[in-house]
Design a protein around this ligand. Structure first.
Ligand SMILES: C[N+](C)(C)CCCC[C@H](N)C(=O)O
Ligand SMILES: O=C(O)CCC(=O)C(=O)O
Ligand SMILES: [Fe+2]
Length: 428
């Protein structure tokens, strides 16, 4: 612990400044009344605590309403309630179940540590009731807001047709995929990075397709069933069940949580056309962000409805899903879901007319990017080749076709795919 008079003065000044800011923001109510002389502006000694070992490169400061830590090139600020709440002591946290035992509601919202001290790389907070919380410095770095802000949840490689083809992403063989951990891991790694992945040499039956799907996830049963099988017989009230072309879109936009993954296996096609179109929605959205950030912002803020109304024979459904086209995490602005289906978009009645107009402009910009021929990856699905599509990221479409065409597949729950990936050591 060392602090020169000059440093101390500087930090007292900055503390005064932040107290004044607090006051202006109305956070400190009694301040003006209570502070009659200059000296009492500093109820706590505010100075930097340095570690004995300079090589550790750690300094910290105990402010009245937060703890400030500088360590390993990070400046971090921690709320005291947060620090108390995340205590990993045996009485506060069950490390067997990885669950909190502490009742957070029992923590005084104005709590402040009685003392703080650092030993090697562990910080010790002693609370007013005598309870001690220890924090490893690296744990704090890893779990601080400032640390998370600079990280992505999901590393991805955004692609256009050229980038994807140049990457020469290999398809995984059916047996390798089913029988080896490496096969599964490689497949999932590629799927996470690109949002699409193929398994090849799969016997062209619905049963084998189901086996492939079950290797990575739970199948998400929907109004279309668990495993689905379809032709152009219009057995359901949707254009997918015809031989017409389908422009790029994501599926089940009319669910509050659109299906995470779509699995396609073409079991038979005797005819022409019918190629599958794939477009990386995040690549296109990234272009919008570069070219027109305010339009990106609008697409991520304006909530829209999508709708599925069906009345064909026994099939009667009315689904409504609400959400913006682009969905980003607020703390790091990372995209995690695109909801784009111009067929299924419902009446827009959730925004006033002037916002509507700006939204149409932004939607046009995104559509222009999505439709650039260089962003289109076309593939003809053949029996034996199973395609997995990240339906939260990659749009699919199809060319019109002639003749008899059978497609089977299913939707997967995203949580369970990511669960499998994490258990294999992948970042997801
Ligand atoms: C895949 N499967 C044929 C079962 C369903 C197709 C759903 C089609 C709907 N318009 C959507 O985009 O969600
Ligand atoms: O027929 C196809 O290739 C795909 C149709 C489609 O978009 C769907 O089933 O979701
Ligand atoms: Fe679709």
């Amino acid at each position: 612990m060392s602090s020169t008079g000059g440093q101390m003065w500087y930090h007292r000044l900055s503390h005064l400044q932040s107290r004044l800011q607090d006051l202006l923001r109305g956070r400190v109510t009694h301040w003006a009344l209570q502070q009659s002389n200059f000296k009492s502006l500093f109820p706590l000694a505010i100075y930097w605590h340095h570690t004995a070992s300079k090589s550790l490169n750690c300094v910290w400061q105990q402010h009245e309403d937060h703890f400030e830590l500088q360590y390993a090139n990070n400046v971090m600020r921690f709320d005291y309630v947060w620090l108390r709440d995340h205590c990993r002591s045996a009485s506060c946290y069950n490390s067997k179940t990885h669950q909190r035992s502490l009742d957070t509601a029992s923590v005084d919202l104005c709590i402040q540590p009685k003392t703080i001290h650092l030993d090697e790389t562990t910080l010790f907070f002693t609370w007013p009731d005598g309870h001690v919380t220890r924090y490893d410095l690296d744990w704090l770095v890893k779990n601080s807001y400032e640390g998370q802000k600079q990280k992505v949840i999901q590393p991805r490689i955004l692609w256009n047709a050229e980038i994807y083809q140049q990457a020469q992403v290999p398809a995984v063989d059916f047996q390798t995929f089913l029988e080896t951990k490496e096969g599964l891991k490689n497949f999932l790694q590629n799927f996470l990075l690109y949002g699409i992945a193929f398994v090849e040499n799969v016997p062209p039956t619905q049963k084998h397709t189901e086996k492939v799907a079950e290797r990575i996830s739970l199948i998400r049963e929907t109004i279309y069933g668990r495993m689905w099988f379809f032709t152009s017989d219009f057995s359901r009230g949707d254009t997918a069940y015809t031989n017409l072309a389908l422009d790029r879109h994501t599926d089940t936009t009319y669910f509050q949580e659109p299906c995470g993954i779509q699995v396609f296996h073409c079991l038979k096609h005797e005819g022409t056309g019918g190629r599958t179109l794939l477009v990386d929605g995040f690549y296109a959205a990234e272009q919008v962000l570069q070219k027109a950030p305010e339009e990106f912002e609008l697409l991520s803020k304006v909530p829209l409805k999508h709708e599925y109304i069906e009345n064909v024979g026994e099939c009667q459904n009315h689904m409504i899903g609400v959400g913006p086209v682009l969905n980003t995490y607020p703390w790091n602005k990372e995209l995690y879901l695109i909801r784009y289906n111009n067929y299924d978009r419902a009446v827009i009645n959730t925004v006033p007319y002037d916002v509507v107009h700006r939204w149409y402009t932004a939607h046009r910009t995104l559509t222009r990017e999505l439709r650039r021929p260089e962003n289109e990856f076309w593939v003809k699905l053949k029996p034996g080749k199973v395609l997995f599509i990240d339906n939260w990221r990659v749009l699919h479409g199809r060319e019109s076709f002639t003749g008899y065409r059978q497609l089977c597949g299913c939707y997967l729950t995203r949580d369970d795919v990511l669960n499998t990936a994490r258990l294999l050591g992948l970042q997801a």
